[in-house]
Ligand binder design. Structure first.
Ligand code: NZQ
Ligand code: ZN
Length: 392
């Protein structure tokens, strides 16, 4: 096990009706906020009015900026920075999913920075100061409600890049699983796929003596895989949503990755798909993950046998580890299929024309310095190209 330093400041307020506590929860941080949201689902569900009432009751003044799109855009972030500066905003309240929260985090960084906020994305440039961010989560998926990450798309350069900093971890997040009942089926499936991937990226490691986090990862995966299909079939099932919702936060609040080297190869490969083709992140991951597993499993077969047995429930001849591993990967494919997720890049409308470019962008080769992606097995651009081919 490796040394680690775990600090998670996010207060998590979870359960029925918690959006009524928003005003009171953010009052210690701000008297004026920016209410940031997406394309209108919060207006249609009545959540907008509930949040507005809670802010008014707590004596909190607000300006608002809606219109965040999935794969949130840098252009709207820049607009938000201007509004916050002009209006003297002290906190950004994101009401929505990962896209809204990530956009809020980017604005929070930009407010205190003289240059362009894009300077922080994909560069590792440290964030010195950011406005506090609070969230009301409407889709369990990205884990951004308690994560240090923000992922933004720059349409001018066709890049989707991340910025990670403790400064943008939300100060408080309100998670009411009742709000997930209005999600369309494809978004439910995308969310389940994304949260599972956040665990895979931490679970598949060459670090040894990681019994506790192995077991936490496996239990969280089993919980999501048990309850994900239930909410997919019955989106009104509150109890199952509680398990999926909490699972999504735990998957990406960093606890599961402590003391172990992490991978993140599938995320880096997927961000290239979203940047060029604007596909949903979770759908892209469902296609790439089994292909990645097929490509890398020989590098650490023990890890993949453990996954097949402890997560996918495979039993059989333990002398034939390859068969166990391939059955585990196949069961994962079948699980995604059950949720109506795509199996191939073709189903996502992606042909081979950009494979080379995407592989070179993901690994840094396109920018003149190939750093590769992934941890369990370091993937250079030809490896990424081979994985895109396997997923084609
Ligand atoms: O915009 P509205 O109208 O609100 O509709 C949204 C959107 O169209 C809709 N939706 C959300 N809650 C709903 C609802 N519809 C009905 N009822 C509800 N309760 O769902 C659509 C998708 O929303 P989005 O926020 O894009 O989904 P998600 O949470 O999956 O976020 C995806 C983004 O998060 C990034 C991804 O790359 C992607 O851009 N990620 C962020 C991470 C982080 N910050 O830590 C980590 C992840 O790996 C991920 O990369
Ligand atoms: Zn993700």
């Amino acid at each position: 096990m490796l040394n680690f330093d775990f600090y998670n400041r996010t207060r998590l307020v979870f359960g029925r009706g918690v959006q009524a506590q928003v005003g009171e929860g953010i009052a210690p941080f701000a008297k004026k906020v920016m209410l940031h949201y997406g394309g209108g689902s919060i207006v249609r569900s009545g959540l907008y009015d509930q949040v507005a009432r809670s802010l008014s009751d707590a004596g909190i003044d607000w300006v608002e900026l809606g219109g965040v799109e999935p794969n949130p855009r840098l252009s709207l972030v820049r607009e938000g920075v201007g509004i916050c500066r002009r209006e003297g905003v002290e906190l950004i309240l994101a009401v929505g999913g990962g896209s809204v929260i990530d956009s809020a985090k980017a604005i929070a960084i930009g407010v205190y920075y003289d240059g362009d906020v894009w300077d922080f994305y994909g560069t590792g440039k440290p964030v010195e100061k950011a406005l506090p961010v609070a969230t009301v989560l409407t889709i369990p998926a990205a884990g951004s409600e308690a994560s240090v990450g923000s992922v933004i798309t720059n349409h001018e350069t066709c890049q989707k890049m991340a910025c990670n900093s403790l400064e943008i971890r939300p100060v408080v997040s309100f998670v009411n699983p009742e709000l997930f009942a209005t999600l369309p089926k494809n978004q439910i499936a995308n969310g389940v796929s994304d949260m599972m991937s956040h665990i895979f990226e931490r679970y598949f490691t060459n670090t040894t003596h990681t019994d506790l986090t192995d077991a936490l990862c496996e239990a969280t995966l089993r919980t999501i895989m048990k309850n994900g299909p239930i909410v997919y079939e019955t989106p009104s099932d509150y109890d199952a949503w509680c398990q999926v919702g909490f699972g999504g936060t735990v998957a990406h609040n960093d606890l599961l990755g402590m003391g172990r080297a992490q991978d993140w190869g599938c995320h880096d490969m997927e961000h290239e798909l979203s940047a060029i083709y604007d596909v949903a992140h979770g759908a892209g991951l469902a296609v790439l993950t089994p292909a990645w597993m097929t490509y890398v499993h020989k590098h650490n077969p023990g890890m993949f046998v453990q996954f097949a047995v402890n997560v996918m429930g495979v039993t059989g001849d333990f002398r034939d580890s390859e068969a166990l591993i391939l059955e585990g990967i196949d069961r994962l494919r079948r699980f995604y299929r059950r949720l109506g997720l795509p199996q191939t890049l073709k189903e996502l409308g992606i042909d081979r024309t950009q494979f080379d470019l995407m592989a070179k962008k993901a690994t840094g080769e396109a920018y003149g310095g190939e750093h590769g992606v992934g941890g369990l097995k370091k993937l250079m651009w030809q490896d990424v190209l081979a994985i895109y081919e396997l997923a084609a």
